[in-house]
Design a protein around this ligand. Structure first.
Ligand SMILES: Nc1ncnc2c1ncn2[C@@H]1O[C@H](COP(=O)(O)OP(=O)(O)OP(=O)(O)O)[C@@H](O)[C@H]1O
Ligand SMILES: [Mg+2]
Length: 256
């Protein structure tokens, strides 16, 4: 990791290329009840557990079809490679896309592997501590929610990670900490900040991640880490800067 002292506010800076594919956002259709994946836990029956393991193995089969030389694969190509019926493959690619393991290119109707942003989120999960505030900057579709999803998954959260674009904030009660995920894209009135008591969320017990922090002007505190994502070719470029001592300590411990 390259660590250097910034001239102004940033203590530590880091540049990472996140390889990955399309920047296309998918339109999500509602999954019929019968198509929802079986998830173990809560006392799953042996039959449910068997279904889960089969689905997991098939999901891994689908992901392992992608070789480094492959740019895009369609359901038909994947079905041929893993010897599964196309209808099964379509269900698997649908779920894998929702979970962030695949990206769907609407232009060509095919999939690309895309785990790098999730993986960065998971690396950050190793270093976060209560009280950390991370500002996530970047254009629409640059990967801010995907990174948050990767972080939450690595912290053991198994539910749906929704973009807080309309709700402004989503709360995740995790065993070790409470994580608040904000999205201020639609924020337009500083009064809202005061009325909603947003300031109170930025306290030492909580971890806060904020998408579009610049929309709330200078109302949020100084972030410990500022993570800037940018679409670059088929992947993403990420810059992480520590703006406080707390952020600096976390960034120095970020695993490779
Ligand atoms: N490394 C990557 N390579 C290619 N595509 C990626 C990568 N990371 C994320 N994506 C894709 O970019 C799309 C948009 O991601 P995401 O919703 O996380 O963006 P966002 O920055 O939160 O956008 P918004 O500002 O609209 O909330 C998704 O389809 C996601 O799968
Ligand atoms: Mg988002």
């Amino acid at each position: 990791m390259t660590v250097r002292r910034g001239e102004s506010i940033a203590f530590v800076q880091q540049q990472k290329i996140i390889t990955g594919e399309s920047s296309m956002a998918m339109t999500r259709k509602k999954v019929p009840e019968s198509r929802k994946p079986v998830v173990p836990g809560g006392g799953g029956t042996p039959k449910q557990d068997r279904h889960f393991v089969t689905a997991l193995a098939r999901g891994l089969d689908v992901l392992s079809c992608f070789r480094s030389s492959d740019k895009l694969l369609g359901n038909q190509d994947i079905a041929k490679r893993c010897g599964l019926p196309k209808s099964t493959v379509s269900r698997l690619t649908y779920t894998l896309t929702r979970l962030g393991y695949l990206h769907y290119s609407e232009e060509v109707g095919k999939y690309r592997l895309g785990m790098a942003t999730l993986a960065l989120g998971s690396r950050l999960a190793h270093v976060i501590e209560p009280g950390l505030y991370m500002a996530l900057s970047g254009d629409l579709g640059s990967g801010k929610t995907t990174l948050t999803r990767g972080l939450l998954r690595a912290l053991g959260y198994r539910g749906k990670v929704k973009s807080p674009t309309y709700t402004l904030v989503e709360l995740y009660n995790l065993s070790k900490l409470d994580l608040y995920h904000f999205d201020f894209y639609r924020f337009n009135d500083p009064q809202e900040w005061h009325d909603a008591g947003f300031r109170d969320y930025f306290e030492p017990r909580n971890v806060c991640l904020v998408e579009w922090p610049e929309r709330a002007l200078d109302l949020p505190p100084v972030p410990d880490l500022r993570i800037s994502l940018r679409v670059e070719g088929e992947g993403r470029r990420v810059r992480i800067a520590a703006e406080t001592e707390h952020g600096k300590r976390c960034l120095e411990r970020l695993p490779d």
